[in-house]
Design a protein around this ligand. Structure first.
Ligand code: ATP
Length: 351
């Protein structure tokens, strides 16, 4: 998918001036509250008209003030999943799901309802009304309804921010798998760096109504390391734990990790803050941390006076964070061999 936008929109005293040319199937739009993300979503979907400029999706003109083109939202075939599910309250789950499908031209009906219902595990809910669904169930129905409209682009406008952490991480695999399974590219809007890391490959950063930069999730996490209370978040997908003296032992590439908050699930996602990793120049004699990893420095980066140390642990990547004086004292350079100590309780299970 390619999105080309060069447009302006004034909302009260707020001026949105956007210029971007971005390609990919999992694009993030990141910005703080009030930076203009939702306004951008409305401009792209056709719910709002730019004051001037143009918007192209895959070389097809959606809007051009010069050419006098302004395709209706239906003709753009862009579906939106909002923060609140916004289901039709008087319709059943089934009728909500089929709403977009029935309005979609027969030649565009590529995605079959049965396949989507199975993927989103909605079968048991089909005959129910939408009032007493849980927040996660509502969001799955809203996602299903958007996808069944057979859009060529899915706009996800903070779809996870109304959900608690447990539900958030349950919904993420559904968001990713519908896009992958049915080949629908998406724009994912959020102010969460963690969500950007989990959902996107390429990110447009908006600041005060301007497109600030195009970056990667990893670079965004690095740039925000000093400001983020959790530093840089390392994300580890681990599977098949073995219980050992009350801790869970996971294989991580050629390494083994001991984690206290593991679980019976076959596969889990953990976050590990860069601030939870203690670095040693020499092998420490005796420490309480249950994980001591031999590693090599592959990269170093600065983030507002803090130093990010990118480590290779037998080929697996981990980012640790120290203050500049510690980096100087330890005389850390690229290829320095180090030991990284991590407490078993430092890993937080997300899903
Ligand atoms: N109809 C309007 N009239 C006046 N100002 C508006 C209008 N709509 C939006 N704004 C202003 O435009 C700015 C951008 O709003 P927008 O909702 O796009 O931001 P956002 O990045 O999506 O924020 P959030 O993450 O909080 O949803 C805000 O300052 C907002 O108050």
């Amino acid at each position: 998918m390619n999105l080309r936008i060069d447009a302006e929109k004034k909302q009260g005293s707020f001026l949105l001036q956007l210029k971007a040319d971005v390609s990919g199937d999992r694009i993030g739009i990141f910005g703080q509250s009030g930076s203009g993300k939702s306004t951008l979503v409305h401009l792209i979907s056709g719910l709002l008209q730019p004051d001037r400029g143009e918007i192209y999706l895959n070389d097809e003109c959606m809007f051009s003030s010069v050419k006098g083109i302004d395709l209706s939202p239906e003709r753009r075939r862009i579906a939106i999943v909002f923060q609140q599910a916004m289901l039709f309250p008087h319709l059943s789950v089934k009728a909500n799901l089929l709403y977009g499908y029935r309005r979609c031209h027969a030649e565009n009906r590529r995605i079959k309802p049965e396949a989507l219902i199975a993927l989103l595990k909605l079968q048991p809910l089909m005959q129910r009304g939408v009032h007493n669904l849980s927040g996660g169930e509502k969001q799955r129905v809203a996602l299903g309804r958007a996808v069944l409209a057979n859009p060529r682009l899915l706009l996800m406008d903070e779809p996870l921010s109304a959900l608690d952490d447990t539900l958030r991480f349950q919904i993420i695999p559904y968001l990713k798998s519908v896009s992958e399974e049915f080949g629908i590219p998406y724009l994912f809007i959020s102010h969460s760096i963690l969500e950007m890391q989990l959902m996107t490959d390429r990110i447009l950063v908006i600041r005060n109504g301007r497109m600030d930069e195009t970056t990667t999730p990893d670079q965004l996490a690095r740039n925000s390391m000093a400001d983020n209370p959790k530093g840089y978040l390392n994300l580890l997908h681990l599977a098949d734990p073995v219980l050992q003296n009350g801790l869970y032992a996971y294989s991580w590439g050629r390494n083994s990790l001991l984690i206290s908050g593991g679980g019976a699930d076959r596969a889990s996602l953990f976050e590990l803050s860069s601030r939870e990793i203690i670095l040693f120049k020499k092998h420490p004699e005796a420490i309480s941390a249950r994980n001591l990893l031999h590693c090599t420095v592959t990269e170093m980066f600065e983030s507002d006076g803090r130093v990010g140390i990118v480590l290779s642990v037998n080929g697996e990547k981990l980012v640790a964070e120290i203050v500049r004086s510690a980096a100087d004292e330890l005389d850390i350079t690229i290829d320095s061999p180090l030991f990284a100590a991590i407490k078993a309780s430092s890993f937080r299970k997300l899903a």
